[in-house]
Ligand binder design. Sequence first.
Ligand code: ADP
Ligand code: MG
Length: 213
Amino acid sequence: MTALPNAGAGALMQEVAAAVVENRAWLSELDGQIGDGDHGFNMAKGFGRAAERIGAADTLDSALNTLSEVLIGEIGGSMGPLYGMMFSDMADAVAGAEAIDAQTFGRMLHAGLDGVRAIGSADVGDKTLLDTLVPSVAAYDAALAQGGGFADALTAMTAAAETGRDSTRDMVARIGRASRLGDRSRGVLDPGATSCCLILVTLADGVARRLDG
Ligand code: ADP
Ligand code: MG
């Protein structure tokens, strides 16, 4: 298959939510070192609640909208609005599609990135989730531009997400709570970059498995 049916992709978002919930302790531990330690708790609360309200048969846009509504309406911290906007803009990009092909998925990634940029005003190098998201979207685009298929682009996105996450370890935070630590924010992975990597990798893996199957 070269595309994923939009209907039934709710199950994919349930997998993403489960991955976030499973990694809550790690995410909070990272945030405890350079922030206030609530990142895993906030993320697990939001994604966990959303998973209960997402049906496996839902379309991807419907599942993304449910997740966004929970994050914006019920979750505090920076993550509520940032990821809330990302998922809502992603939903708009796939709404109405019969199937999600490589181009549609790419449009969805760009919409999510633009959404985070619009409200966060951070840039690459500031030690935020953008250090994962920006190179991931660029790698996805580049793989397609070089003639790769959907699965190749997802593989490239996964590798870039991990490299992007790891790049934050040596960065000094320039925005958000961790920036108050100045130089002492160096040496720890950014929690948001880490959760963003987890989301993208789980999404890519879930889509790739469905393309195979
Ligand atoms: P809080 O900082 O309010 O406690 P969280 O702990 O849930 O919120 O999230 C912290 C993460 O938010 C950081 O690791 C960083 O990746 C991300 N972040 C903070 N501000 C921004 C921003 N302006 N743009 C993008 N990401 C940001
Ligand atoms: Mg925090």
